[in-house]
Design a protein around this ligand. Structure first.
Ligand code: ADP
Ligand code: MG
Length: 700
């Protein structure tokens, strides 16, 4: 899709242009003129002869040519009419600035739908409504009421909130950041964030894509396309409104732990999107991506004139698990020769409080040339003899001479470093107000580099009995039953290569004892009812039964007590089950997100899942690496690997279970939620067992 009509139009009409200062129709027109736009401008307003010395047209038709871009600023009610006029004249690109649509209620929603209908029919693309407009500094195009045009740069910014974009601009101006394009997408009636991210992906002037989003329109396409674009250009997003939309009725552990926030996390991770939790941190990160080369590795070297600041940086490096560069002997030798005896020539290099610019310059150059250093962080505190400005100039100079490795600066203080900070900003050295924020930025950059170089995703396909699973799923859907009971859930799992414990359902105590004799002691008894989701909660699980007598007693007790506690529940009997070793209990699960599809969960299993919440999520289908990463992302992982001399469990077998489950839920979109809990895993070489399982289905 070509958006030249929005980004580089040769002519612009402003429908609703106004002579009155303070009105949006006036602001937009004057912004366009003041920015030095060189194309033709056509104010349209039937009640004005001339505005800002430009001839005003009563309507679009009377202009006599087709404006490449039309900006609409008239009241919401008449916007559909104007869209019809645009269609008639043959306009292809429209920005609707006007508010009062979907965001205000039903009537507005109706108007917005009309706009989209007319646009689709006429092949018009629309940005907005309810937006701030578009800015393209390089083309001197300010088709917005967001204020002055910012400097030209390489950042493409997309915002769902117009007001926030105004704040972004103000902040960016203060720190001298420039943009390739700024687009306020407003209600996204037609053009949405994905259209614009794709456009920025193809835009030669954009190096970094940044944005503020409240929602994502087409989850699947977004995840897929963003993943593709991230390889070429980093995408940094602030995503707000993430808290789960109310309590949802989840019958599974996975469903109750997953929420839209977790889905966004998973999508961003898969797509390599760098999530930012504020606009401030977004600009911290953006500057490093836009101005500096990407590092080859994660080894950070720190240069400082104050021990304390150096320690803060070193702490942050350790806390964020980055590498702390070990300087080569050659570098140490060079530093020893030139720096005063009291200086620290190991990382962090302390050039001492009396360091002038030349000492910084020498240290920075030496450290940058060290093959064992990937990134350099320069810290400075303004002490009596310090030369902040000259030092900043020296850094800019060295950066130009050694352009292969990223340099980040952190000049601490305020008034005394103000000029120096300006020098750094002009010289495209990202400057941070604390060592922590600088190091956090390094972490993000390193993560991005790792993401880009991860191996190609290959999803393994296991031979399974799909037909069998399909029969069970379809029958439940046909009968309108949402919850597939434990027995049939396990049949489905067996069809997908999972082992399940042996056992059968008994309706009398004697029958229970007979089954137990066949299975061998000890056995487990479990209440068998389609109405009971979590059996332990109601005293419906009894373990460690070692004789026929114990089994019969436990049977009677369960059949007596549970109906007393839960009058009216349908109890079909008691399951007598073999005891599954003494393995560790983990949970494998899936909850289908309405926007992004199946979200896999792994974590510490058993009956305490919700209490401990030691779980991790990832989007299906999973690769082997991703399945393993899901394990690593939990605290349980350390325990599974074996602690204090205890033998670890078969990690690969768990990862395989996750991949098989991922295949199941990918092949059956009707499966809405499911848990295997516990998934009992033993030492290497043993087969894990799906002890308990639950699947719920829905017509999809
Ligand atoms: P629910 O989750 O409905 O309460 P489960 O079948 O998961 O019921 O059983 C609860 C807990 O009892 C499990 O997490 C596990 O610790 C233990 N347990 C259940 N069945 C077995 C079994 N066959 N072998 C060993 N432990 C079991
Ligand atoms: Mg369970």
């Amino acid at each position: 899709m070509n958006f030249a009509g929005f980004f580089n139009p040769q002519s612009v009409a402003i429908v609703g242009a106004s002579r009155e200062k303070g009105k949006v129709g006036h602001e937009i027109l004057t912004s366009l003129i003041l920015a030095g736009y060189t194309g033709r401008i056509f104010p349209v307003n039937p009640n004005a002869g001339e505005i800002e010395r430009l001839r005003c047209y009563p309507d679009l038709e009377s202009i006599g040519e087709i404006p490449e871009l039309v900006i609409i600023v008239v009241p919401a009610k008449i916007v559909p009419d104007l869209m019809l006029q645009c269609a008639k004249v043959g306009v292809k690109s429209v920005i609707v600035i006007t508010a009062g649509f979907k965001e205000v209620g039903e009537e507005g929603r109706g108007l917005e739908e009309q706009i989209v209908r007319i646009a689709k029919q006429a092949g018009i693309r629309v940005i907005g409504p309810n937006c701030l407009g578009v800015m393209v500094p390089a083309n001197k195009l300010n088709a917005s009421f967001g204020g002055e045009l910012p400097p030209t740069g390489t950042i493409g910014y997309i915002s769902q909130s117009g007001a926030l974009l105004a704040a972004v601009l103000d902040m960016a101006n203060a720190i001298g950041v420039g943009f390739s394009k700024l687009i306020s997408i407003g209600n996204k009636a037609d053009i949405d964030e994905l259209d614009m991210i794709k456009a920025m992906g193809e835009d030669a002037d954009t190096k970094v894509i940044a944005g503020y989003l409240e929602s994502i329109s087409n989850g699947n396409a977004f995840a897929r396309e963003a993943e593709r674009i991230s390889h070429d250009k980093p995408i940094l997003l602030v995503k707000s409104g993430g808290t789960s939309a109310g309590a949802k009725a989840a019958s599974s552990h996975t469903g109750s732990l997953a929420g839209s926030e977790i889905a966004y996390e998973a999508v961003f991770e898969r797509a390599g999107i760098i999530r930012c939790f504020s606009v401030k941190t977004q600009f911290d990160f953006v500057q490093a991506f836009a101005y500096q080369p990407l590092p080859a590795g994660d080894r950070v070297a720190v240069i400082t004139n104050a021990g304390g600041a150096g320690i803060m940086a070193a702490d942050a490096v350790e806390k964020l698990s980055l590498g702390f560069a070990k300087l080569s002997d050659h570098t140490i030798g060079k530093l020893l020769q030139k720096l005063p005896a009291a200086a620290n020539v190991y990382n962090p290099v302390d050039v001492l409080g009396d360091a002038l610019a030349d000492r910084y310059e020498f240290a920075l150059r030496s450290v940058l040339q060290d093959p064992d250093v990937d990134i350099v962080l320069v810290l400075l505190t303004p002490q009596a003899m310090t030369q902040p400005k000259v030092t900043a100039e020296a850094i800019v100079k060295v950066a130009a001479a050694e352009p292969k490795k990223p340099i980040l600066a952190c000049f601490l203080g305020a008034a005394k470093v103000k000029e120096a900070v300006e020098v750094l900003q002009a010289g495209k050295i990202p400057q941070y107000d604390s060592p922590e924020s600088a190091v956090l930025t390094v972490r993000k950059v390193v993560d991005y580099v790792r993401w880009c170089s991860r191996p190609k995703r290959v999803v393994k396909l296991f031979p399974v009995n799909r037909r069998k699973a399909e029969t069970i799923v379809k029958r439940h859907l046909r009968q309108g039953i949402r919850e597939i009971g434990e027995a049939e859930s396990k049949e489905i799992l067996e069809a997908y290569g999972f082992a399940v414990p042996k056992g059968s359902v008994a309706t009398t105590a004697e029958q229970a004892a007979n089954i137990a004799e066949q299975l061998g002691y000890p056995v487990v008894l479990k209440i068998w009812s389609p109405d009971i989701v979590h059996k332990s909660d109601v005293g419906g699980v009894k373990m460690g039964l070692r004789s026929a007598q114990e089994v019969m007693d436990a049977f009677d007790l369960m059949m007596y007590r549970i109906p007393g506690k839960l009058p009216g529940v349908n109890i079909l009997g008691v399951l007598v089950q073999e005891t599954c070793g003494s393995g560790k209990e983990v949970i494998l699960g899936m909850s289908r997100d309405p926007h992004f599809g199946p979200l896999m969960m792994f974590g510490m299993g058993g009956t305490m899942v919700e209490v401990l919440r030691d779980v991790s999520f990832y989007l299906a289908p999973l690769t082997e690496d991703e399945a393993k990463q899901m394990l690593i992302n939990t605290k349980t992982y350390k325990m599974l690997k074996g602690v204090r001399g205890e033998e670890g469990v078969d990690i690969d077998a768990i990862a395989e279970g996750l991949q098989r489950l991922s295949q199941l839920v990918t092949e059956f979109p009707q499966i809405k939620e499911m848990d295997i809990n516990p998934y009992m895993v033993g030492p290497k070489g043993t087969t894990p067992v799906a002890v308990d399982a639950r699947i719920s289905v829905e017509k999809g």
